[in-house]
Design a protein around this ligand. Structure first.
Ligand SMILES: *[C@@H]1O[C@H](CO)[C@@H](O)[C@H](O)[C@H]1NC(C)=O
Ligand SMILES: *[C@@H]1O[C@H](CO)[C@@H](O)[C@H](O)[C@H]1NC(C)=O
Ligand SMILES: *[C@@H]1O[C@H](CO)[C@@H](O)[C@H](O)[C@H]1NC(C)=O
Length: 310
């Protein structure tokens, strides 16, 4: 509001002193001619110097250095280029490069000195995304979904822009459609074959579809998939059953934990001592070594194979 008063007042004497009605053209044109202070800025209304609909005063979304750098060389004296919402995902397309019209904005082009200028538009920097003027946010294109977006939603990150730049990745859509936007509204349980295909495209595709947390892996059990916390599962540490390590099977251990997907030996059985020798087989950074010098017997490994063979 405050911004709009000054230019309107300064227009008054100019309008009185140039009474030629035929030469002047539209009010927009006159505004352009006589108000050099915002004339170079396509994101501002030439009459009022206010930001055009859909644009905002700089400083709300950008760091000062950023928008000062941007307005440099654009000849703005008092006014700086307005900015697009959803920083840092957006940029202003001034319409110089030919681009397919993507559902044009609200207002018609302004008639300026050189004729009609293309209207500036907010565009998204990232691939596979588009700017939605209604939500004033970048959204993933159809068939793509935000990387880790659910993660932010779960933390209640409402009321603003994405904490990190928006990135979009293809939705996992193997043969049997998980509709776009997949994750929460998946309909059926992926088959093993589908799961393999999905994982070929993206290692965490299945987890994303099932809505697993970061520390969880999608594990198959009796034909259905479940998000399993493999970061702390003692009997299947660091992977699904069959792939993770059974920490209890680490030779010589007494007290053992699964910590961030690795077995961590706290104490060893009587007759064994914890030594700082990693055991790559079990993914531990220590081992239990027999007090008489030999390493513990690898007892339960054989169990495993017996089970598998059944
Ligand atoms: C596995 O699934 C089959 C068929 O759906 C069912 O009969 C069986 O009880 C299930 N087994 C376990 C351990 O859940
Ligand atoms: C083993 O790893 C744990 C957890 O990362 C760490 O706290 C511990 O100091 C490590 N022990 C050795 C001997 O490197
Ligand atoms: C060493 O200790 C282990 C486990 O306590 C035992 O099975 C093995 O027979 C011992 N070997 C010798 C040479 O004492």
């Amino acid at each position: 509001m405050r911004l709009s008063l000054i230019p309107l007042i300064s227009l008054l004497p100019l309008a009185l002193s140039s009474p030629s009605p035929t030469e002047g053209g539209s009010a927009v044109e006159r505004g352009w001619d006589h108000q050099p202070k915002c004339n170079d800025l396509p994101t501002r209304d030439p009459d009022t110097c206010e930001c055009l609909p859909g644009f905002y005063e700089p400083g709300y979304y950008k760091r000062t250095e950023d928008y000062e750098a941007e307005s440099k060389g654009k000849g703005g004296h008092h006014y700086k280029e307005c900015v697009c919402p959803d920083y840092p995902n957006t940029y202003i397309d001034f319409g110089n490069g030919g681009h397919g019209g993507g559902g044009g904005g609200g207002y018609g082009g302004y008639k300026r000195k050189g004729g009609y200028e293309p209207e500036p538009e907010c565009k998204c920097k990232g691939k596979h995304q588009h700017y939605d003027p209604d939500t004033e946010k970048c959204e993933c294109d159809e068939g793509y979904e935000p990387v880790d977006d659910w993660y932010y939603d779960k933390r209640g990150g409402k009321g603003g822009h994405h904490p990190k730049p928006l990135k979009c990745k293809p939705c996992p859509t193997p043969s049997g459609g998980y509709g776009h936007g997949g994750k929460k509204n998946y309909k059926r349980n992926p088959s093993l074959h589908e799961a393999i295909k999905m994982r070929e495209q993206d290692e965490r595709a299945l987890e994303t579809v099932l809505g697993c947390k970061d520390e969880e892996e999608a594990c198959e059990s009796n034909g259905s998939w479940r998000c399993t916390d493999v970061s702390s599962s003692l009997w299947s540490c660091g992977g699904c059953p069959g792939q993770g390590v059974d920490c209890g099977a680490v030779p010589g251990v007494s007290e053992v934990r699964c910590h961030q997907g690795r077995c961590l030996i706290d104490t060893c059985r009587r007759g064994y001592t914890v030594t700082p020798t990693p055991s790559p087989e079990y993914g531990t950074n220590t081992s239990c070594v027999s007090n008489n010098g030999s390493r513990g017997v690898e007892s339960s490994k054989s169990h495993w194979f017996v089970n598998q063979a059944e």
